[in-house]
Design a protein around this ligand. Structure first.
Ligand SMILES: [Zn+2]
Ligand SMILES: [Zn+2]
Length: 481
């Protein structure tokens, strides 16, 4: 939430007297998706054609704009917002005719700024209203102008006009021209809505217009239920880091739980720079590159716990085969155990999960997750382990090796990893730390096939079972041990 106060010192002015309101017929590019343009009332047939045009055009559509360069968001609006954006050392100025009541209703920022007795902007607006003729839309040139210099850290988009038109239209309860909003546009809209403290309004719009569902079907065309918590690991890892960050940022701010879950899981699974602890905020980069530090810490910690758990499988079986007290071979043959141990070391070294120079220090539990390089993609790591061949010293020793023991563990692991994303309900609740992994204490021992009892989380789900598995001090990866 952005609690900044309105621009100070106030920058207020009125349009130059040369700015004359033009009759509707002389305006350019008059296109309104719902045929709601008050400047022109097309016949029904025209209206349908206009709507069809809007639906089929791939290019963005410029809404009503006067020749004096004012975008008309509300034709009867009582205020001009002048947005000044400095990009690449060039200052763009864009004007919008808006309705102050609509802005005040949906945006805490504008509500505070436009109070008649608080700031200069509000006082000027109140004073200008006294000069208008009641029951007539005030002339454009008579409207007070309020300058907004900061719309938040958006990405380097082509057109700030279109972004601001969309945001202002949504704040006015109007439909935007495109039914399907690209992910980066939605992320930029969240940045501006957050700046104006109007996230709830955008969240309502995104939900009622099903922006998430439309984007899901574009991003994951082969995934039938992409907006539910059922994305395959392949789908999760197919998105690039910027898109995953955008989804996390949007879902956190607009409270869309499925995206929050999926994007946080993707950030945990992939090796990403945005959650790295050494990540530093770049003041020129868009807001979604700076997820809240508590969230980043939680994601980093979950990733470390998962890598540590994967490492523990490797450590566990190496220890079992190195043990001189219990034979792993089905025929109790020591030579078979030694052969399998050799094959295991060779296999783990080949897929680079084992560094022979130091990883045989098996009791060094503090460094276990560090042995797995942080560039690992967790999904690919598990798949690499799954490729373990079935070695046998001879035909009397089938199924004595690692593969038959390892595959069930990897199945358990893979299912658990898919449940390691963050639950938005819990993360946003006052009881966040009951469900967070950071600061929590894991059990001393976790055994495969057991479901540890845990109290139910605030959201009604039991996240503790998965947390216990990934946070246990020690893990037993076989049922009969
Ligand atoms: Zn054997
Ligand atoms: Zn929960």
């Amino acid at each position: 939430m952005n609690l900044d106060m309105p621009n100070s010192p106030s920058r207020i002015g009125v349009l130059p007297s040369s700015s004359r309101i033009k009759p509707a017929s002389s305006r350019i590019a008059i296109v309104s998706p719902a045929g709601k343009s008050p400047n022109k009332s097309p016949e029904k047939g025209d209206q349908n054609r206009v709507q069809d045009k809007v639906a089929t055009l791939s290019k963005p559509i410029i809404e009503d704009i006067t020749e004096s360069g004012v975008h008309i968001i509300c034709p009867t609006g009582d205020l001009i917002i002048l947005v000044q954006v400095n990009r690449n050392n060039v200052t763009e100025e864009i004007k919008f005719r808006v309705c102050s009541a609509s802005l005040r209703k949906e945006s805490v920022y504008f509500n505070v700024m436009l109070q008649p007795d608080q700031f200069q902007e509000g006082r000027l607006l109140a004073a200008s209203k006294g000069t208008f003729i009641p029951s007539q839309p005030p002339p454009l040139e008579a409207l007070p102008v309020i300058t907004i210099e900061d719309i938040g850290r958006i990405s380097n988009i082509k057109s700030v006009n279109l972004l601001m038109i969309d945001v202002f239209k949504i704040l006015h309860g109007k439909e935007i021209a495109r039914s399907s909003v690209p992910l980066s546009n939605l992320a930029n809209m969240v940045v501006v809505a957050d700046r104006f403290d109007a996230l709830q309004c955008l969240a309502n719009y995104a939900r009622t217009k099903n922006l998430y569902g439309r984007l899901d079907s574009k991003l994951f065309p082969n995934q039938s239920a992409a907006s539910t918590i059922s994305l395959s690991t392949t789908a999760l890892t197919s998105l690039d880091e910027d898109r995953i960050n955008q989804q996390a940022y949007i879902s956190l701010n607009l409270s869309h739980a499925p995206w929050f879950y999926n994007s946080t899981l993707a950030l945990i699974m992939n090796s990403t720079t945005s959650i790295a602890t050494e990540h530093e905020a770049d003041e020129d980069s868009p807001m979604w590159h700076d997820l809240p530090i508590t969230l980043r810490d939680e994601l980093t910690y979950r990733r470390q716990c998962i890598l540590s758990t994967i490492s523990s499988i490797q450590d566990y079986f190496l220890q079992q085969y190195m043990s001189s007290t219990k034979r792993q071979c089905r025929n109790g043959d020591y030579a078979c155990d030694l052969f399998q141990l050799g094959q295991m070391v060779r296999f783990f070294s080949k897929i680079a999960t084992l560094d022979i120079s130091r990883s045989l220090l098996l009791n060094d539990t503090t460094s276990s997750h560090q042995r797995l390089d942080k560039e690992w993609n967790i999904n690919r790591l598990i798949e690499s382990l799954r490729s373990c061949p079935e070695y046998q010293i001879d035909n009397y020793h089938q199924h004595c090796g690692l593969r038959v023991k390892l595959l069930p563990c990897l199945t358990v692991l893979q299912e658990a990893v898919l449940q390691a994303g963050l639950c938005l309900d819990c993360w946003k609740s006052s009881n966040r730390w009951e469900c967070a992994w950071t600061g929590a204490k894991g059990p001393l021992i976790w055994k495969v096939g057991t479901n540890n009892v845990d109290t139910v989380s605030p959201c009604g789900k039991n996240h503790g079972v998965i947390r216990d598995m990934f946070m246990a001090v020690d893990r037993i990866w076989e049922n009969d041990r």
